[in-house]
Structure formats: C-alpha cells, structure tokens
Design a protein around this ligand. Sequence first.
Ligand code: SAH
Length: 241
Amino acid sequence: MFSATVLTLFPELFPGPLGASILGRGLAEGRWTLDTVNIRDFSDNKYGSVDDTPAGGGPGLVMRADILAAAIDSVSRNDRPVLCLSPRGTPFTQARAQALADGPGVIALCGRFEGVDERIFAARQVEEVSIGDFVLAGGEIGAMALIEACVRLIPAVLGSASSLGEESFEGGLLEYPQYTRPREFDGRAIPEVLLSGDHQKIAQWRRKKAEDITRARRPDLWDAYQKSGPIRSDKNKDETS
Ligand code: SAH
C-alpha cells in the first residue's frame, strides 16, 4: 500500500486538501496512508528551535542537519525515497508520480526559512525535488501536490471514477479540449465532429488538437514528443497488452 510520511514544522496543515473528495475517501477507507512527523519534536533545546543562521553569513535561517537527521531516522523508510521539496530540485513530473505510485510510497521533507543544511542530502540519501520554477514559503504545499499526483494514480483509490489514459502528459502531450452540455453556450457551439458519433474521426480530431496545444504552449514537451514518440506509462502498457 502507498504510504506517505511528511516531515514538517506544520503537521496541522495535513491532510488538508488530501482529505477531500476521492483521495480523502481512499484515505478514510485505508487504501493509502498519510502520517506526519513534527520536526520540532526533534529540537535539542528548550525553545524548540530547529534552525540557525547560515554559515558564511546572509539573511534568514537554515534548518539544522542534525535535527533533520533525527526526524528522518525516526521514520521506518520501508524502501521509500526521502524527497526534500526544494526549488533547486529535479523537476517533478507525471512520469515520476507514476513511478512513485507504483511503489511503497514516499517520505516528504518540507523545508521552511532559507531551506535545509546541505549535508542532510548525502548523509541520509535525500533527493531534492521541485514542483516548479517559483519559490514557495515552505515545502508543505509542494508535498501535498506531489502526494496528490501520486495517490490519484493508485487504482484502488481511483476506482472507476476516471480514466487516466488520455490526460495531459500521458502519451507526452497536453490534453485536447473538453466540452459538455449545453450544446450551445454564449453563441459558441461544441465542435461538430464531437457530436458526429464517428469514433475514429473524434480520435483524430483530439490527437490533432492535443498536438496543436502542446506545440503552441510547451515547445519543450513538443520537442521530446517528436524525438521519442508517445511516452506511455508502464501502467498503460499493462492495460493494453
Ligand atoms: N532559499 C531557498 C528557497 C527557500 S523557500 C532557495 O533559494 O532555493 C523555503 C522552502 O519552501 C524550501 O526549503 C522548500 O522546501 C519549499 N519550496 C519553495 N519553493 C519550492 C518549489 N518550487 N518546489 C518545492 N519546494 C519549494
């Protein structure tokens, strides 16, 4: 079963959005687990502080390696990777979410202040992961985003509520446009082909739109798509074989 453990100074933020809707139901039904570790519990002083000024000077505070190590060591890793949310990290992707969802889970380390003492990464095999090229105030929202992306891929959590096969990033493209009722809205009609009942034409139209959107919005994805052809996750491969 997928188990998420979050190391944070703000455990009260969890489950937060992870407790809502399908993921929340899955959590309540024990289809995945979430627990938090309060890093402050591993402070070695009566003030409960976990950080100190940066060596070499500069603004802000840095979370101490010894305290973070004690917090990490308190968790049973069970083959789970420890991922530190960090704007310097490897960009988190749908492929990574799928790989993690297929595994035992994740331990997420949330930074605050200026971040964490560099030595923790090598000392405890911690990998830095980024959720985008912007700077948040703390790792908690990043951890939620990462965990949510994984858990929604777990078949036992999802049930038959959604088909994952044709979403953005699956197959290396962004998603085609979606429409529903009413048939006309503000003088705008649903594209005729979608009402035609011709499944082959519909599939062609959607593929074309997905390609157009990807080319226009994400030249980086378009390049990769053209070089390597459609990327299919292992899960989808299994389903079609
Ligand atoms: N001084 C750091 C930023 C610290 S922001 C730097 O310049 O790299 C404080 C914390 O917020 C970080 O330790 C990290 O856990 C989290 N965070 C900020 N931006 C993030 C991002 N894009 N992805 C993941 N975590 C992020």
